[in-house]
Write a protein that binds this ligand. Structure first.
Ligand SMILES: N[C@@H](CCC(=O)N[C@@H](CS)C(=O)NCC(=O)O)C(=O)O
Length: 267
């Protein structure tokens, strides 16, 4: 079984954590054309959105991390990540949804400044401050959901823990982690100690250490970052519309699939 992924992708990390928790072996591969938006080759054939993660299991090819996670849970039910009770299942899915949309977008925005150097000076400081403030709001939301429990799933590790772990860990990497001693900080330490999560975070750390040189590919090497939905919304709402315009001018930003025709705008 093959997983197209990038070690920094929180969506891909969620899937790797789930597969490792269930003891399912897989090969992880960074697609050669990742970040180009190129519509040829095996990666684009597997996912026209050219986003990771993509799971290839025999004849089955799936993209969208939530769809993949549901497939993984149904195909390898043991140990279950979702609880049995309907309200608890919905709670887990809702935690994942907010992590995948609002939380991921804030982390992505901070990375655009830190790694991809999309802004300098006052704008960079402004975007960093926005990300820090919004991270605190989202960690507050997660803390309320965690309450006094050891796991988001209550008694045991589960679906919401797999989804939240890459998000909170990335904040920790940025120096925006939960305050030491808080329940969320203790949960982060607890989740990081699980072998499935520790292996996934080690891959994140190794890739993050190489990120400055990888980011050069976007500045000068013909790669184009995908600005879409929650991420694009984050950049604009947080005051970074200039970042989007500069990326379009410099040709290192793209929007989502299907790509617009390369024709001049009329008028
Ligand atoms: N909704 C998708 C989002 C996947 C996604 O945004 N993946 C990013 C990496 S974190 C990606 O592949 N971006 C393509 C690019 O920037 O070229 C999912 O849940 O799988």
């Amino acid at each position: 079984m093959l997983l197209y992924e990038h070690p920094l992708s929180s969506y891909a990390q969620k899937i790797k954590i789930a597969l490792r928790e269930k003891g399912v072996p897989f090969t992880a591969e960074l697609p050669e054309s990742f970040g180009t938006g190129r519509d040829a080759g095996p990666f684009a054939a597997a996912n026209p959105r050219t986003e990771v993660p993509v799971l290839l299991d025999g004849d089955v090819t799936l993209f969208e991390s939530t769809v993949i996670l549901e497939y993984v849970e149904e195909r390898w039910p043991e140990p279950p990540l979702l609880p049995a009770e309907p309200a608890a299942r919905a709670f887990a899915r809702l935690t994942e949804e907010v992590c995948d949309t609002q939380y991921e977008a804030v982390n992505w925005g901070f990375g655009e400044v830190l790694w991809f150097r999309r802004a300098t000076g006052d704008l960079a400081a402004h975007l960093r401050a926005q990300a820090a403030a919004q991270t605190a709001v989202l960690q507050g939301w997660l803390s309320e959901r965690l309450g006094a429990a050891a796991w988001f799933g209550g008694a045991g590790f589960g679906w919401a823990d797999a989804a939240a772990a890459p998000m909170v860990n990335r904040s920790v990497h940025y120096g925006l982690g939960p305050a030491p001693g808080t329940p969320l900080a203790r949960w982060h330490a607890r989740v990081s100690a699980r072998p499935a999560v520790a292996a996934t975070f080690a891959e994140f750390d190794a890739a993050a250490a190489r990120m400055a040189e990888a980011a050069d590919l976007y500045i000068s090497g013909g790669r184009r970052r995908e600005y879409r939905d929650h991420r694009l919304d984050w950049m604009i709402r947080s005051g970074g519309i200039e970042v989007v315009l500069a990326g379009l001018r410099d040709g290192n930003v793209r929007f989502s699939w299907p790509a617009p025709l390369a024709e001049p705008v009329p008028g």
